[in-house]
Write a protein that binds this ligand. Structure first.
Ligand code: SAH
Length: 348
């Protein structure tokens, strides 16, 4: 809802919801398909430009709805081609998206909240606290904007920008439905990844959805004491409970879960940590992404050495857990994971 003119944001509806909305104001359901085409395939921002919608209906739409837009505040490109977009939302708040190019895919890393509540020790995104959830339209707009520039949609979407997607569950699920919709973005559910710090009730809710997106769990520790320090959310949703939920997710969905594990020198990168990790996750289908730390403002946290990282990875592989080491892209432009902290902090 736009607070000034009381109109509803038309990009906050899934196709099904828009059809129902239209019924209430006596517009035929198939008009929702047409509107989706204009909004998501043609990037149209004025109802009057939707030329196959009769003028009378356009006027009704104009009276009831508005089309949310955001503007580009800043654009930076890194040496490895990674691009960072700083967007200004309609209320002046700032969020970021990152575009990562690899051999056969273009991945957009999008934000789901302005700021973050969860305050993980290694992550810069939440250092200034939480402001608000993003609207559905503010998530799809991040991808629409990039599409305009690339002249195609990115092939993959990851919710690994600012915020915790499962703390904005309803809106994130709706945005995914729109990303997935053939009449909108047509991006396969398996090309969409939700990354979470481990909000157990929300992971459980995900199990009941008819399609499954990729699920990544930010784990980063294999014991409660350490995880409590690195990720305070662990005090509410402890490790063993979280792993139990992941196992259930795998069994119910038939999908694999990915565990993200930042290797921190002298903190979680010894062989004993690897062995504990194996013990925790070895009885269901999962893999581990070992992440090289992007150094932020915390002086105690250093990335593991390359040789230690390799030993850790080999230990997991020897125990039958598929593992890869992920080198972050875009670190020279502060676009890598955990660095999505705008320098315009006063606006956040
Ligand atoms: N809130 C979600 C998504 C945002 S973080 C989550 O916690 O998963 C996306 C990924 O970046 C997570 O795996 C997170 O743990 C990782 N990350 C955060 N800070 C990082 C840092 N400084 N270096 C490397 N990875 C980091």
């Amino acid at each position: 809802m736009n607070k000034i003119n009381k109109k509803k944001d038309i990009k906050n509806y899934t196709l099904e919801e828009l059809g129902k909305e239209f019924k209430k104001i006596s517009i035929q359901k198939y008009r929702a398909d047409q509107i989706f085409y204009w909004l998501y395939n043609k990037n149209i921002n004025l109802f009057d430009d939707m030329i196959n919608i009769p003028k009378k209906i356009r006027t009704v739409l104009q009276m009831n709805y508005y089309i949310n837009q955001m503007s580009l505040e800043k654009f930076v490109k890194s040496k490895d081609r990674t691009e960072k977009y700083l967007f200004r939302l309609e209320d002046g708040k700032l969020i970021e998206s990152v575009l990562i190019f690899s051999k056969n895919r273009i991945t957009e890393c999008i934000s789901s909240q302005v700021g973050c509540k969860f305050n993980c020790l290694f992550c810069e995104s939440g250092k200034k606290g939480f402001t608000r959830n993003l609207e559905v339209s503010e998530m799809t707009n991040q991808v629409l904007f990039v599409k305009k520039k690339l002249e195609r949609f990115p092939s993959n979407i990851v919710f690994m920008g600012i915020g915790e997607p499962l703390d904005n569950y309803e809106n994130v699920i709706k945005a995914i439905r729109i990303f997935n919709d053939k009449k909108a973005f047509n991006i396969g559910a398996r090309k969409i990844t939700i990354s979470t710090c481990g909000i157990i009730p929300a992971v459980k809710r995900l199990m009941d959805i008819e399609w499954q997106v990729e699920l990544s769990i930010s784990l980063h520790a294999s014991e409660n004491n350490l995880r409590n320090i690195l990720m305070p959310i662990n005090k509410k949703y402890p490790l063993v409970e979280l792993i139990k939920t992941c196992k259930e997710y795998v069994e119910k969905s038939g999908r694999q879960v990915t565990f993200e594990y930042i290797l921190l020198q002298g903190i979680n990168d010894a062989m004993i940590h690897a062995d504990r990790l194996v013990k925790l996750i070895s009885n269901f289908n999962s893999k581990v992404n070992l992440i090289v730390l992007n150094q932020g403002s915390h002086p105690m946290l250093q990335p593991s050495t390359p040789s230690q990282s390799l030993c850790f990875k080999n230990r997991l592989i020897a125990a039958g857990i598929p593992s890869t080491i992920r080198y972050s892209k875009g670190s020279d432009i502060s676009a890598a994971c955990g660095q999505l902290k705008s320098k315009h902090l006063k606006c956040l």
